[in-house]
Design a protein around this ligand. Structure first.
Ligand code: ADP
Ligand code: ASP
Ligand code: MG
Length: 442
């Protein structure tokens, strides 16, 4: 039997109507069983983090007020769907556990990364239990199979362990089971709950697709597939019907939120079909991500991506290479994303985005030790298979930058992109301009 994995993001399970639409998609796409991965109800992860932050500063009453709001919202959605009685047995202990975790944080006046992951897991576990009822499926806890290391907040999968643990799932799903599980979560070797980083449910779906030998993974979200730019900055951004894995990889690595940065590697290794589609308009255009590149005119740019929140670390030439390399290593180990490390006789520049509390701590230590750290930067990338065949075109496109205060040009291993650093404040002007000048008309 063909095995498919469907993933529904937060907005696709954000309210009762969205869940009804998702149920109809599950019925159409998985008539003979399969696996559904769900995120927490839209906004829940942010709210749980807010509650943890309040508890960590010993403000238990705010934390509990946030918890009460989360509980009320979930109960309203379940009531609207007619499943409140059915989910109550699974939900009550989850709300109690969240209360206990927050109380513990407030007593200590501190939230550890491990404690936060345990709290965050409740969001995805609540929604997966509810979705299982909506889809007439059974709930399975992803922590039984998603084996990761213990880097709380940005855990990395342990692929052989994941594959071994997934064997019984593979068998049951191929025999026709319909299961719902949580995105975003994993379990460390000692069994503690971990998370894969913000937006990590896409990666859960593709990692599970790989471990289960699925033929297809579908990412259901709130836009008509991958677009030529972020629609919140470029309303006229167009859907890209087909793109190569390399294009998708570059786009997500440079910040397009529609696909989590780590979500493309599993498809590259195992070769399943990867599709991005819109829960709000299932019949609308969608994006298919192919192992082999579609035809593109030489020099053509398919899309523009950006990521804000970049910190630049500057090391003088006299410092040599050891300190920047050590900084890059310790930041990455603590969960920062590295966007560039450029060295020249004039010095070394390291561009990173701290994604965890731990990596922010490392940045603070580096700054205190005298390393020049500047916040407020963004990375911008032009992406397209056309740049592979005409790399000089990439430089011609930079004319569209005009007099922008570019902080550095980033060349990397990807030959389908060119990226550069700009002040965050320039993004609102620059992204629409680059889209208009550089992206191939649809
Ligand atoms: P989900 O909750 O389904 O995971 P996300 O919010 O994580 O959804 O990702 C979808 C969002 O990504 C879109 O609503 C859009 O605002 C944003 N986005 C940024 N860049 C792109 C792009 N190039 N194509 C499509 N969406 C993009
Ligand atoms: N719920 C998690 C988040 O908001 C994971 C995800 O949505 O992919 O980051
Ligand atoms: Mg997402």
């Amino acid at each position: 039997m063909t095995l498919k994995v469907l993933k529904f993001g937060g907005s696709s399970v954000g309210n009762a109507d969205a869940l009804r639409r998702a149920a109809a998609i599950v019925q159409t796409e998985l008539p003979a069983g399969g696996l559904v991965v769900v995120s927490a109800l839209r906004g829940t992860t942010d709210r749980i983090l807010e509650a943890c932050a309040a508890a960590s500063r010993e403000d238990l009453s705010t934390a509990q007020a946030v918890l009460a709001a989360i509980k009320q919202r979930h109960e309203e959605v379940a009531t609207d769907l007619g499943h409140l009685d059915a989910v109550e047995a699974a939900w009550t202990p989850l709300f109690e556990r969240l209360d206990q975790l927050l109380t513990g944080m407030a007593m200590l006046g501190e939230g550890t990364a491990r404690g936060r992951d345990a709290a965050l897991a409740i969001g995805e576990t609540l929604s997966a239990n509810l979705a299982a009822h909506c889809f007439q499926a059974s709930f399975q806890d992803v922590r039984d199979v998603m084996k990761t290391d213990a880097r709380f907040g940005k855990a990395r999968p342990l692929l052989p362990a994941l594959r071994a643990a997934a064997a019984p799932w593979r068998e049951a799903l191929k025999a026709g089971a319909l299961w719902v599980t949580q995105g975003f979560l994993g379990a460390s070797p000692e069994g503690a709950t971990t998370t894969l980083g913000r937006g990590g449910s896409d990666t859960s779906a593709t990692l599970l697709g790989e471990a289960l030998d699925a033929e297809e993974v579908q990412i259901w979200t709130d836009v008509d597939g991958v677009l030529s730019a972020d629609p919140s900055l470029v309303p006229e951004a167009r859907p890209i019907p087909q793109m190569s894995l390399s294009e998708a990889e570059a786009l997500s690595a440079f910040g397009a939120k529609v696909l989590h940065a780590d979500s493309l590697a599993p498809g590259g290794r195992s070769g399943f079909r990867l599709v991005v589609a819109n829960t709000l308009r299932p019949g609308a255009s969608r994006t298919e991500i192919l192992p082999h590149p579609p035809e593109r005119p030489a020099g053509a740019v398919t899309s523009v991506a950006y990521k804000e929140g970049i910190h630049l670390l500057r090391f003088p030439a006299s410092a040599g290479l050891e300190p920047p390399l050590e900084a890059a290593h310790s930041l990455e180990e603590a969960g920062a994303l590295r966007f560039g490390l450029i060295s020249s006789p004039a010095g070394t520049l390291l561009a990173v985005r701290p994604e965890t509390h731990a990596s922010l701590g490392v940045l603070g230590t580096l700054a205190a030790s005298g390393v020049l750290c500047e916040a407020g930067w963004a990375v911008v990338a032009l992406v397209g298979e056309g740049l592979r065949t005409d790399p000089v075109a990439a430089l011609r496109h930079l004319v569209a930058l005009g007099h922008e205060p570019v902080g550095g040009l980033l060349t990397g291993s990807s030959t389908v992109s060119i990226a550069f650093l700009v002040p965050e404040s320039r993004l609102v002007d620059l992204i629409p301009r680059l889209h208009a000048h550089c992206v191939l008309p649809g």
